[in-house]
Design a protein around this ligand. Structure first.
Ligand code: FAD
Length: 393
């Protein structure tokens, strides 16, 4: 039993409820049976995992946070985080394709009216369709104030022009929440959020980007050219876009961090098994302290990252502000995934560097967690702001 499954005294329990255990087991079984067997081939060919998305939808592993009144399961963020770790243990590329609807739907959950939620979220619960989150641009990633996409109001419509870069699932999405400037002079305070159907006139997918890792998730660049969006599809008020994006990321970062824990755990599992099988100098390499200490550090750091993820998800489910804890979790889990997967390649020696073995893929996959949903540097920036502005630490 891992520390995270023991009860540590009155008031603080790390034990999963029977329902949470059931969700975790469902996700683990799905990862083992449906994801793992296809992970290597889908990675090699950058395959969009439509068949696996459909199965995940059927067994109830998608859109789990959409409230019951809009046709969803209404599960807490904690359960989504458990699903994120298990599916990513199977393959984080395929997992992100399945769970990225949480990011796409986030702005509607944060700022949508009842009517907007009914219109855009309910269809997600009726068939396995995808949505995406369009914040980043060719010249604006970490610094959203540099967003150049504009939305100009003309009567009951906005006309959107610009381009979006690195958008997960955009190439297969039914709609994307696009963040565009309604007032360039206001920087990030001039951003507004719009739901944009991807089949609207003027939306063009420009490129399905070719990536180092998580290759079975689509990442696309798209252009918006005189795209007309009704005022009714603006989320929140003009100028609230940045706040909506940041609140969404607060909600989704624990799930993303959980994905990083899943990748690290997969690398640890492979490394631990290999260390007991591979023999050098007449003993399994696990008997060499240099290797056993690597494995010991992996286990420790995975446990620490998971505990931070659990804490952030727990705080969010209590309705508390968790900007600091979400960034703690994302930063540590992403950096842990990178370190653990790199060390797993080391444990495998030369074989670790070969495509035939699973750990080089995990190392490529892990790198992305340090980049998307705010780089590890940006997480430190958020943490430092929280500390020095007196809201945390
Ligand atoms: C595969 C993939 C999927 C993605 N999916 C999405 C998505 O679905 N939706 C979406 O909107 N975006 C998405 N992104 C974009 C992602 O969020 C950005 O790539 C990320 O925020 C970094 O922005 P950038 O690439 O423009 O790098 P930059 O912002 O140009 O940063 C370059 C480097 O400078 C560092 N840096 C920047 N500013 C500072 C600072 N103030 N202090 C210290 N260091 C700093 C960064 O950490 C980074 O190392 C995705 C990206 C990738 C690669």
């Amino acid at each position: 039993m891992a520390v995270t499954e023991t009860v540590l005294g009155e008031g603080i329990s790390f034990a999963l409820s029977p329902e949470q255990q059931a969700v975790r087991e469902l996700a683990r079984e799905f990862a083992e049976k449906e994801i793992r067997p296809k992970a290597a081939a889908y990675d090699e060919h950058s395959t969009h995992p439509a068949d696996i998305i459909e199965k995940a939808f059927e067994v109830g592993l998608m859109n789990v946070h959409i409230p019951e009144e809009y046709g969803g399961l209404g599960l807490p963020g904690f359960d989504g985080m458990l699903i994120g770790e298990e599916l990513s243990w199977g393959c984080s590329g395929i997992a992100v394709s399945i769970i990225c609807n949480t990011l796409g739907a986030g702005p509607l959950l944060v700022a949508g009216t009842d009517e907007q939620k009914r219109r855009w979220l309910t269809p997600l619960t009726e068939e396995p369709i995808l949505c995406s989150f369009g914040l980043s641009e060719p010249d604006a990633g970490s610094d959203a104030a540099r967003i150049k996409t504009t939305a100009v109001r003309t009567g009951d419509e906005y006309v959107l022009n610009g381009s979006k870069m690195f958008i997960t699932n955009a190439g297969h999405a039914a709609w994307t929440v696009v963040f565009a400037s309604t007032d360039r002079s206001q920087g990030h305070r001039g951003l507004s959020a719009f739901v944009v159907p991807m089949d609207a006139d003027g939306v063009t997918i420009e490129q399905h980007l070719d990536k180092m890792g998580q290759r079975s998730t689509d990442t696309s660049a798209f252009a918006l050219s005189d795209v007309r969006i009704p005022v009714a599809d603006r989320l929140g008020e003009e100028g609230e876009g940045f706040k909506i994006a940041m609140k969404t990321l607060d909600l989704t970062r624990p799930g993303t961090a959980a994905g990083a824990v899943g990748v690290a755990k997969a690398a640890y599992d492979y490394a631990r098994a290999y260390a007991t099988e591979r023999v050098t100098f007449d003993v399994p390499i696990a008997m060499h302290q240099g290797i056993s200490f690597l494995i010991a550090d992996m286990a420790t750091e995975i446990e620490a990252a998971r505990l931070l993820v659990w804490q952030a998800a727990w705080l969010l489910d209590r309705g508390e502000r968790a900007t600091l804890q979400s960034s703690f979790a994302k930063r540590l889990a992403a950096d842990t995934a990178m370190k653990v997967t790199t060390d797993a390649v080391q444990v495998f020696g030369g074989y670790g560097y070969m495509r035939e073995y699973p750990v080089e893929k995990l190392m490529r996959d892990a790198k992305l967690f340090q980049i998307y949903e705010g780089t590890s540097q940006i997480q430190r920036l958020v943490i430092a702001k929280e500390i020095f502005l007196g809201r945390g630490g």
